[in-house]
Design a binder for this molecule. Structure first.
Ligand code: SF4
Length: 226
């Protein structure tokens, strides 16, 4: 199933109000230019809200700094204290320090090789680092090659894919990623996936999904059965 342009436009109209504020969008665009920062931002976003992710990232940048050498040499307690607002801070601090050390050991502290590499190679290399999972690797790949080649699946995307009925209840990351990528013809608005994600988060919310007002209700198994 491909989502028609008309529906994508409706999703955009419906979710425009949830779009990132100007300051966050500008800052995120800056983060995306530095692959190491993007990696750390994504690790911080694991299992937490975007508000808490921003708080943790900004604090880490201000109190410790976000570069491989700074984080590899930083006291783990300083990292933990800086990212406390992000939840699971002890686990994330350990991951961040380990990732920084690995990047120094393997690539002299630079991730620029990623820009010249193929998706599969990037995925394989990143996944071999403890603390980097499929979603984190795909965020990095999609920042270079787009969502078509690495459709990032988070908790909101898992939920909406299952409710739409495009995957089985037990489907894993790979299957959900492919099924969601197939909804788009990739010729339309480059922000279509971002608006779809906003719909998954704010309309197709975990509790009390707003099916009656959802542009996808005629395409959705859960919405139709309700
Ligand atoms: S119709 Fe309901 S369950 Fe289906 S995508 Fe929309 S909000 Fe989610």
């Amino acid at each position: 199933m491909k989502l028609p342009n008309k529906i994508l436009k409706e999703i955009k109209k419906k979710c425009q109000k949830y779009w990132w504020n100007e300051k966050e969008e500008k800052k995120y665009n800056e983060i995306e230019k530095d692959l190491f920062k993007l990696l750390i931002f994504t690790i911080l976003s694991q299992n937490t809200s975007s508000t808490n992710t921003w708080k943790a990232f900004n604090n880490l940048e201000e109190k410790v700094g976000v570069s491989p050498y700074i984080l590899a040499n930083a006291d783990i307690k300083d990292i933990e204290n800086a990212i406390k607002s992000g939840g699971l801070y002890k686990i994330k601090a350990k991951r961040i320090k380990n990732v920084a050390k690995e990047i120094i050991a393997r690539w002299n502290g630079s991730l620029e090789w990623i820009r010249k590499s193929k998706e599969d190679e990037i995925r394989e290399q990143l996944l071999s680092i403890k603390g980097i999972g499929r979603k984190t690797a795909d965020v990095i790949i999609s920042s270079i090659y787009g969502y078509k080649n690495a459709f990032v699946v988070d908790t909101h995307m898992f939920r909406i894919a299952k409710r739409l009925g495009i995957v089985e209840e037990k489907a894993g990351y790979e299957e959900v990623s492919k099924a969601l990528a197939n909804l788009f013809d990739w010729e339309n608005d480059s922000n279509a996936v971002s608006y779809f994600w906003l719909l998954a988060k704010y309309i197709c919310r975990a509790k009390n999904p707003r099916c009656k007002e959802c542009p996808l209700k005629n395409y959705c198994k859960f919405g139709r059965d309700k």
